[in-house]
Write a protein that binds this ligand. Structure first.
Ligand SMILES: [Zn+2]
Ligand SMILES: [Zn+2]
Length: 253
């Protein structure tokens, strides 16, 4: 059995839970430890099952809570060297482990496949997490899908997939031009349309659940992201994540 949920997802903070009967990992810790533990409690999850915190990249919506969370749970946080070196002063936890893109890591009974992604950070990674032949993807903060991503995505039964912005809302919105261009660039974020095309064309036959993730508060609305994916709802389940509450579970068994 593998169960997954987003404890927080959005451009203001991210934390994803993937666990089995015995062990769990958190991917990113971009909200406070207090909020993460509160939402785990709401979801009925045991913090004592968490064996490690895997960090995708150094942006604050992914690392804000990591130092305290690692200390509180007594588990290491895993970084690429590039990400670790890019943390701001005082952000690094005491318990640190280094991973290398494309080199498999074992955390408890779970197997993690980290791989590089296109995003404006030092050494940003996406992850495919494997247990008992179940495969879960954490695919957020991606400017442009690459061959590696399509390859990992095809194997997944469930995933967190970035639907960061609606094209029209971004370009009509209040961001200064340089920020709009950054979001839409090959090293920014996936739009609803990009994510839709990616999954329509590259999902494997075994995909059962997609969490629409990392929505922008400025440039997207949950109902727009959900509507974009409506035509795929006969192929797999689609649900939204939230910045302010846990997402509900997907359970693979
Ligand atoms: Zn982010
Ligand atoms: Zn980012």
């Amino acid at each position: 059995m593998v169960e997954l949920c987003a404890l927080a997802s959005g451009s203001n903070g991210n934390c994803y839970y993937i666990g089995n009967e015995k062990d769990a990992v958190l991917v990113d810790a971009g909200i406070s430890t207090r909020k993460i533990l509160h939402r785990m409690d709401e979801a009925g999850l045991q913090p004592s099952k968490v064996r490690g915190i895997i960090i995708s990249h150094e942006h604050s919506d992914h690392v804000h809570g990591v130092r305290i969370l690692s200390k509180k749970l007594g588990v290491p946080a895993w970084f690429t060297q590039g990400t670790l070196d890019s943390l701001k002063h005082g952000e690094a936890p005491e318990l640190v482990q280094i991973f290398i893109p494309d080199k498999v890591i074992k955390i408890g009974s779970m197997t993690i496949h980290p791989f590089l992604k296109n995003h404006d950070a030092a050494e940003p990674c996406s992850f495919r997490i494997e247990h008992d032949d179940w495969h879960v993807g954490v695919f957020t903060d991606i400017g442009e899908p690459c061959a590696r991503l399509k390859n990992h995505l095809r194997k997944c039964h469930a995933m967190f997939l970035e639907t960061n912005y609606d094209e029209k809302m971004l370009w009509d919105g209040s961001y200064p031009y340089h920020l709009k261009a950054r979001v839409a660039s090959a090293h920014g974020h996936l739009s609803n349309d990009q994510a839709f095309e990616l999954i329509r064309d590259h999902a494997g036959p075994e995909l059962v659940h997609v969490f629409l993730s990392h929505l922008s508060g400025e440039n997207n609305r949950p109902e727009l992201a959900a509507a974009r994916f409506e035509s795929l709802s006969d192929r797999f389940n689609i649900s939204l994540t939230s910045r302010s509450t846990f997402s509900g579970f997907c359970r693979l068994r």
